[in-house]
Design a binder for this molecule. Structure first.
Ligand SMILES: *Cc1c(COP(=O)(O)O)cnc(C)c1O
Length: 390
């Protein structure tokens, strides 16, 4: 019996030599090489590793303060926002948001659903509050291909917040800048799931009325489990009495992120990634790198005479983080051949199994850990593959 090729089931153990391996996984994934080396070096030093530090020791407090302060500096987070490190990943925040911002289960929250992650956040919120949905699903195809215009007619004036996801990791839709709510809805805080694009572009905190912005660490800035949750201070003290303490923004902010044991090592890593962004020119330079990396792949797709296709036609909405593409209109044999050949050359993570099943599209995720040179390697592979099989 023939066994199924590992590339087709999402294996990351390419047979290429290790220095050739490039990790295009949607997360968890590789961090910038310099950060990974720094982490490794920390474990070679004599004495305690950071994994062994008590969270109340001065050594860890210094690590925590460093992570908070560099995140503040790099992302220009104003003083009227609290920087929290919360548990439970992105999903933890799906529940924590309504529990913190809706005191009563009858309170309304407005959810823009323009992809699989916002749909998931919306479904979770329905358990805790009254949800008003702005659904951008394309009725013909069932896919998410656009972002709706946020007009006053579609946003309840009494809404406690308007929720959106700034980069739909699975669908490949990104808001390169956050929207502003219409004048008559400016009193409503904007809540943003920036899990897969945080740190890759500047955020206009006050200008866009951001109330809460969260990012699970495992895409651009660290390891799974940890989430950076940035909360405007006037939104503290509004939680439902049922909000668990570990999710409560107010208790965690009053305790300086030490209400219970925080994910100490993961917090240290976020600090190291923030240092790296700062060394490499800050968030503006990081954005320029993202633009250049994404352009390289979309150019290959757009110039392949239809051999490759990406679902999002509107270029202003194309994700710079996750580039979905199919091959010859989704031809199964060619897609499998592409996956096997690329995997054997070290290009891994292009097909992953998601909770939403195996998509029709392959996907190259090009977060902070991926360099322009590495994207070039994939782009060149794609061009050659197209020349051979077109
Ligand atoms: C990955 C991801 C999540 C889920 O994060 P977990 O840490 O797995 O809970 C949520 N939102 C977006 C946009 C993501 O990319």
């Amino acid at each position: 019996m023939n066994s199924i090729h590992p590339a087709l089931i999402g294996s990351l153990s390419s047979t290429a030599s290790p220095e050739k391996v490039i990790n295009f996984s949607p997360g968890p994934t590789s961090l910038p090489e310099a950060v990974e080396k720094q982490i490794a070096a920390n474990f070679q030093k004599p004495g305690l590793t950071s994994l062994a530090l008590s969270h109340r020791s001065p050594e860890f407090i210094a690590i925590l303060e460093h992570a908070v302060n560099t995140a503040r500096k790099v992302m220009a987070i104003p003083d009227d926002y609290e920087v929290l490190f919360t548990h439970g990943g992105g999903h933890g925040q799906f529940a924590a948001l309504p529990l913190n911002l809706c005191h009563e289960p009858t309170d309304t929250a407005t959810y823009v659903v323009n992809g699989t992650w916002s749909a998931r956040g919306c479904d979770e919120a329905k358990r805790y509050c009254n949800v008003q949905t702005i659904d951008a699903q394309d009725t013909k195809t069932g896919n998410y291909l656009s972002f709706p215009e946020l007009t006053e007619e579609i946003i309840d004036k009494e809404s406690k917040y308007v929720y959106l996801c700034s980069n739909e990791t699975v669908n490949g839709i990104e808001l390169h800048r956050l929207p502003k709510l219409p004048e008559s809805r400016k009193h409503i805080p904007l809540v943003v799931d920036a899990s897969s694009d945080f740190s890759t572009k500047p955020i206009d905190w006050h200008g866009c009325g951001v109330g809460v912005l969260f990012a699970c660490a495992s895409k651009n800035i660290g390891h799974p489990g940890l989430t950076i949750t940035i909360v405007r201070k006037d939104l503290l003290g509004k939680a439902s009495p049922l909000c668990p303490g570990v999710f409560n923004y107010t208790t965690n902010s009053e305790a300086g992120n030490l209400w219970n044991t925080p994910a100490t090592f993961n917090i240290e890593v976020v600090g190291l990634v923030m240092d790296w962004i700062e060394r490499e020119g800050g968030v503006e330079a990081n954005e320029q790198r993202s633009i250049a990396k994404a352009k390289m792949l979309y150019d290959v797709i757009d110039n392949a005479n239809g051999f490759y296709a990406t679902p999002i036609n509107d270029k202003s909405l194309r994700s710079r983080m996750n580039v979905p593409f199919n091959i010859a209109g989704g031809d199964l044999a060619l897609t499998e051949q592409f996956l096997i050949e690329s995997w054997e050359q070290g290009l891994i993570g292009l097909r992953t199994l998601t909770p939403f099943g195996v998509g029709d599209y392959l996907r190259a995720s090009i977060y902070n850990g991926i360099t322009l040179k590495q994207v070039t390697t994939l782009a060149e592979f794609m061009v050659k593959f197209a020349q051979k099989h077109r």
